[in-house]
Design a protein around this ligand. Sequence first.
Ligand code: NAD
Length: 362
Amino acid sequence: MSKKIAILPGDGIGTEIVAEAIKLLDCLNQDFGLDAELETAAIGGAAYDESGRPLPDSTLALCKQADAILMGSVGAPQYESLDRETRPEWGLLQLRASLELFSNLRPAMLYPQLVNASSLKPELVSGLDIMIVRELTGGIYFGEPRGIRTLESGEREGFNTLVYAEHEIDRIARSAFDIAMLRNRKLCSVDKANVLEVSELWREVVKDVAREYPEVELSHLYVDNASMQLVRAPKQFDVIVTGNMFGDILSDTAAMLTGSIGMLPSASLDKNGKGLYEPIHGSAPDIAGKSIANPLATILSVAMMLRYSLEQTELANFVDVAVGNVLNQGFRTADIADGTNSVSTSDMGDAVVAALRALNDS
Ligand code: NAD
């Protein structure tokens, strides 16, 4: 049965990198029997320019109907002075919240061809393959009350609320255990249970869920230690599960272990496996319009979409192999070029499509 994919290019390099992912999806449709219908809509600054809102109703409606969503990135300097609720990033937060995309999967995988791009020694990172599962729709980024108030003394005070209900912890823990079952069955839960009551509850609920997954080896780390371990000996981790803010920070640290932000995809899933897929990087205004952005994070986001939302594991594996093959052939965009010749965004996209077609022919 045909699947519907909503395509949201967004801002900055978003349009350039998504164009390459569309080439790949067209090839999968034409040559590999993927029966997917693509429909494009505006989000972020592009949507604000058209309609005055970063997440128009028509875009949200399309995303609700779709089986999966592919996004580029949102944000640009000209929108930074807008009110919070008209900023591009707010549109994305609203989309994640409206679709209840609570489980954010952020793989940090180092391609052997790029081992020198990492800031850590090759022996520490070669073969690195971590999955960070970050809770995405709760915690301190959404907790109420929040704001900036003026005290009687006249001094201003900023405040946010860190709150997690049991069901929110339960569902993210299940999501992480399920992923661990598909991988090496090791899960590390990261919290700050020595200081925060929210984390005490987090730990209790994770331990309860663990009883249903006896095959998974569960460990717990405080977030300060986890951040240290990630740069000391990152290969000790398989799957990490954590809350929204800790996950935001740790997943960026893990991303840097792999050298280039332009290589890393992500997925944000609801409880039925419907997902929003996007590269982890932003709209890179400094290189937008120059045709030098690396499209591989977006192409690898398509691979995650095939795996987690479209039940096309074999095609997902083909895309992963095709990306490995173009790196073996020496194709590099500027961000991963290591001083050698680099190719344009569209040349890299074409190379992946050619490598994919070659897999079909072999
Ligand atoms: P960024 O990720 O856009 O860029 C950081 C650096 O990485 C830049 O030097 C950029 O050129 C480089 N880079 C990023 N993606 C690349 C790619 N595919 N190929 C090559 N180089 C790449 O982060 P930023 O500069 O902090 O933010 C820029 C804008 O993006 C801001 O408006 C921010 O709010 C937004 N943003 C959006 C998302 C999202 O859409 N999910 C995520 C992060 C930031």
